[in-house]
Design a binder for this molecule. Structure first.
Ligand code: NAD
Length: 498
């Protein structure tokens, strides 16, 4: 059986350590295994990244960008292989994997602008004969720790920009879906990236803890669940690192009485059930303003949920694949039982789904709950499955207050035809990414991605302009060339324009 190992100093390592099984969630079969890096292995990656740093940080940004241009070409040429690896290990449909890859490539595009992004700021005559400028320099060795649900895109949020900014990088992908990240990293090596600039170590907590505690790793980018994000942030900052840690979510869509309900319903279908709900931007709560709105929306949703085309993620033409693991399937089913026990009305129950030819796959059909209330666990917690909860409220203000009271604040949206409603919502809502009639407002690569409250620990969002700030340190140089003949007396007062 194939063992996925690590990419260290430009070489794929040979397997000799502890391993974990990788499943194809559509069949339930083990398809390969992944080696879990121990401390010694991670240390090798850190040494390689540290050794590559001096030359790389002094490589002209335009030359770094040329490598990224070649990388982009290789990503596009190998699209089919990459999306098959994603779907095979994650279970999402091939079209969905293709979308993920395209959004990842957008970040490579953005990173190729490194010469422009790193230009800095200059001020002539900041004082008499004094010029001042700010330079944005590499932070050093940076590590990225990524989740299973976007195994290609989330790593591409991180290292193209980090290395474009002159850092060297160690990626620790999810052990549940590691193959596409390693495959893509090899494409970057083939693009001419010097050895050691990007290293990939696979593994679990042991590998992550080694990255957190190493004094040679200067910054950590994390994307994953909230409890792990909080752990990475508190431990990483305690060890003196710069940390951005993006966590989980519970994303609400407000449906106003004036909304175009046909469009709202089809938007909600994609946002709630696409990728089987395993997206940090998935809509999992529809907040309907007024009972009439709720009843009309449900009438439109039910037949569409029942008609979802569900099957093996490795086939084209489907709406939804399985969940990632058996354990996750059991967790999602447990939430549904909990919702029923706590008094919510389960209008569509997807638990009995069986996919012909894939009876051992980790499948669950789309589920819809009505009359969900804020005290229920299915409302409070991230389910990360194809489950949509309807909450009924009587006004926009009540909807906004509900969303603002939730512990998460990743994404949200409002469906309305009223500009005043849209403007008020965008202004008052305490959520990092907001859609107006856009159900998945995932910012394009030249903005930045991040949530509020317990959806993000740290000060800077991922990728885009915030990414440039995260992966660089500002250095401000104040320069004066003394005129040859001038002799100035010492000044003891604090330098100022006086
Ligand atoms: P996860 O937290 O289980 O794993 C993420 C990464 O952390 C993996 O690489 C894993 O190996 C590592 N990890 C797990 N437990 C650890 C521990 N105790 N100590 C150190 N490292 C540990 O997340 P997941 O299940 O892979 O991904 C799904 C979660 O990620 C969901 O909560 C989802 O909302 C979130 N997510 C958030 C965003 C975002 O941008 N906010 C994007 C994608 C996914």
């Amino acid at each position: 059986m194939q063992t996925i190992t690590h990419l260290i100093n430009g070489e794929i390592t040979t397997a000799n350590g502890r391993t974990a099984a990788i499943f194809n969630p559509s069949t339930g079969n083990i398809i390969r295994q992944v080696e879990m890096a121990n401390t010694e292995r991670v240390q090798q990656a850190i040494i390689a990244a540290k050794a590559a740093l001096p030359a790389w940080r002094n490589t002209p940004p335009a030359k770094r960008a040329q490598i990224l241009f070649r990388f982009k070409q290789l990503l596009e040429q190998h699209e089919e292989q990459i999306i098959r690896l994603i779907s095979e290990e994650h279970g999402k449909t091939l079209e969905d994997s293709a979308g993920e890859l395209k959004r990842g490539i957008e970040n490579v595009d953005f990173a190729t602008a490194a010469p422009e992004l790193l230009k800095g700021e200059f001020n002539r005559n900041a004082g008499p004969d004094i010029d001042s400028w700010s330079d944005f320099q590499a932070v050093g060795v940076v590590a990225g720790i990524t989740p299973f649900n976007f195994p290609a895109m989330v790593p591409l949020w991180m290292y193209p920009l980090a290395i474009a900014c002159g850092n060297t990088f160690i990626l620790k992908p999810s052990e549940r879906a590691p193959s596409s990240a390693l495959y893509i990293a090899e494409l970057l090596s083939q693009s001419g990236l010097p050895k050691g600039v990007l290293n990939v170590v696979n593994g679990d907590k042991e590998a992550v803890d080694c990255l957190i505690t190493s004094p040679d790793v200067k910054a950590l980018s994390f994307v994953g669940s909230t409890l792990t994000a909080e752990y990475i942030y508190s431990e990483g900052t305690r060890h003196g690192k710069r940390v951005q840690a993006l966590g989980g979510a519970k994303n609400h869509a407000v449906v106003m009485p004036d909304a175009d309900l046909n469009n709202a319903a089809s938007s909600l279908m994609g946002a709630a059930y696409g990728s089987a709900g395993e997206r940090c931007m998935a809509i999992s709560v529809a907040v309907c303003v007024g009972d009439q709105t709720a009843d009309a929306l449900i009438e439109k949703l039910v037949p569409q949920i029942q008609a979802l085309k569900i099957g093996a993620g490795t086939e084209y033409g489907l709406d939804m694949g399985p969940l990632v693991t058996k354990a996750h399937l059991e967790k999602v089913s447990g939430y549904i039982t909990d919702g029923v026990n706590s008094g919510a009305e389960l209008i569509v129950d997807g638990r009995d789904l069986s996919v012909t030819g894939h009876e051992n796959g980790f499948f669950i059909g789309g589920c819809l709950f009505d009359h969900v209330t804020p005290n229920m666990r299915i409302y409070q917690e991230e389910i990360f499955g194809p489950v949509l909860c309807i909450v009924r409220v009587s006004s926009l203000e009540e909807a906004i207050a509900l969303i603002n009271a939730h512990e998460y604040g990743n994404g949200t949206c409002v469906f309305t035809n009223d500009g005043e409603v849209a403007r008020l919502f965008a202004n008052e809502i305490e959520v990092g990414m907001v859609g107006i009639n856009v159900p998945l407002p995932v910012p394009v690569a030249y903005h930045s991605f991040g949530g509020w409250k317990r959806s993000l620990f740290g000060d800077l969002y991922a990728y885009g302009p915030d990414g440039v700030r995260f992966y660089t340190r500002r250095k401000t140089i104040t320069q004066r060339w003394i005129k040859r003949e001038s002799h100035e007396a010492a000044q003891f007062a604090f330098p100022s324009h006086n």
